[in-house]
Ligand binder design. Structure first.
Ligand SMILES: *Cc1c(COP(=O)(O)O)cnc(C)c1O
Length: 401
């Protein structure tokens, strides 16, 4: 479990989509350079924040570099979108105002009334709410399956199933789905496989290479990495689907603004080193929790006892920074641990440099109460940050004792 860099899928070989013949670059190089050419007019090594809505045309229809209006395209957003495509090994990246704006654009592009989607039984609460409370009103059908079991997903497929949606590792129970196996199941029925890669980030896991058709991100989390921006992204390999998504992105308007795009790009440059440290610190936290008498169960894909451990070890290059656990004494005890933590800040969200603690049942997953996605009441979720590990362990020890 301390072996965070078991690099079974991470060959480190990628190329930027706009120049596939270019020498293959490693992930960290792409994170810093893909889509980030020095500014043509000044040589600035960081793409400027083009805080602008419209562009001067050289005669009617005479666009300079293809930009006419910033909902359709903006150079700062383009730089981020090219970077995202390169990091996921896709052909097209699209940046949105939030993860949910990206999800909404995707489902309105893939589905029409009467179509059906299979969604996982463990997922971000807002994703579930989008299907159950919004898409359903527009005639979209959905079924819930345990996506860690490809046969369970197959059993839910219907004639009009257009997409299978998975989150791996999942939120908040850290369930693991075999992406390649579920891709085969989805494709066998003519459906597309969508993978929410927010928890892993492209540094740890690359769903497109494993057969997924669409990668979804809340860039608010590890990609941005500093709890200072809300954003979302889609990355695809099929250029025709990329064009359809870009049409809907422009037609519906949920774009990432220039400053937000810039913040996400700035975060991405250090994604690799941050994810390594998140993983190392999480491994220490898991060690403490598994030995603690008040902790009844620990959820972390790096644990050899985790049911998805082997698949995670195969399809990820590390196990990430998210850890959940159950405590003795039920809901009240779990809430007390959250209240007592000091260095772990009590708050929603995840993936930032600072450690966070929360009670999913009352916070992030309150909207899933009473559904198949309801989470245990005695569950606590940690987003393990990159502070000194000893300080994090001391804080958890005092919160549990
Ligand atoms: C946060 C989150 C989302 C939603 O993203 P927002 O940026 O908050 O809209 C989707 N999926 C997962 C796994 C998340 O953690």
């Amino acid at each position: 479990m301390s072996e965070q860099r078991d690099n079974s899928n991470g060959s480190g070989a990628y190329s930027t989509p706009e120049s596939p013949q270019q020498e293959q670059r490693g992930f960290e190089t792409l994170a810093i350079h893909a889509g980030q050419a020095a500014d043509k007019s000044t040589g600035a090594v960081v793409p400027p924040i083009h805080q602008v809505s419209t562009y001067k045309q050289d005669g009617v229809g005479g666009l300079r570099g293809g930009y006419e209006y910033s909902r359709s395209a903006n150079p700062t957003r383009t730089a981020l979108e090219e970077n995202l495509a390169a990091l996921e090994g896709g052909r097209r990246g699209l940046a949105f105002a939030s993860g949910l704006a990206a999800e909404d654009c995707l489902l309105r592009t893939l589905l029409t009334p009467g179509d059906h989607v299979v969604i996982p039984d463990d997922a971000y609460g807002g994703t579930f709410r989008l299907f159950a409370r919004v898409a359903e009103r527009w005639g979209v059908q959905w079924s819930v399956a345990d996506s860690s079991d490809p046969a369970a997903v197959r059993a839910k497929l219907r004639e009009r199933t257009k997409a299978v949606w998975v989150e791996t590792p999942s939120n908040p129970l850290l369930g693991v789905t075999d992406i390649a196996a579920v891709a085969e199941v989805a494709h066998g029925a003519g459906a597309r496989l969508v993978v929410d890669n927010t928890f892993a980030s492209p540094y740890l896991q690359q769903p497109l290479a494993l057969g997924a058709d669409v990668v979804v991100h809340s860039t608010t989390k590890y990609m941005g990495g500093h709890s200072d921006v809300v954003g979302g992204a889609l990355v695809v390999t099929d250029p025709a689907l990329g064009d359809e998504l870009a049409f809907h992105q422009n037609a519906m308007g949920g774009i990432a603004g220039p400053f937000d795009s810039w913040l996400v790009m700035r975060g991405i440059k250090t994604l690799g080193v941050r994810m390594d440290r998140h993983g190392e610190n999480a491994a220490r936290v898991v060690q403490l929790l598994t030995a603690h008498p008040k902790v009844t169960e620990v959820f972390y894909p790096g644990l050899p006892t985790h049911p998805g451990h082997e698949i995670a070890a195969k399809q990820m290059r590390g196990f990430g920074g998210m850890v959940s656990f159950r405590v003795e004494g039920g809901e009240e005890a779990a809430v007390r641990v959250c209240d007592r933590a000091r260095l772990f800040t009590l708050g929603e969200s995840l993936g930032g440099v600072e450690s966070l603690i929360e009670h999913p049942g009352r916070m992030t997953h309150a909207s899933a109460a009473g559904s198949a996605l309801e989470v245990p009441a005695d569950l606590v979720r940690l987003s393990v940050g990159i502070e000194s590990a000893d300080d994090l362990l001391a804080d958890l020890t005092q919160a549990l004792d």
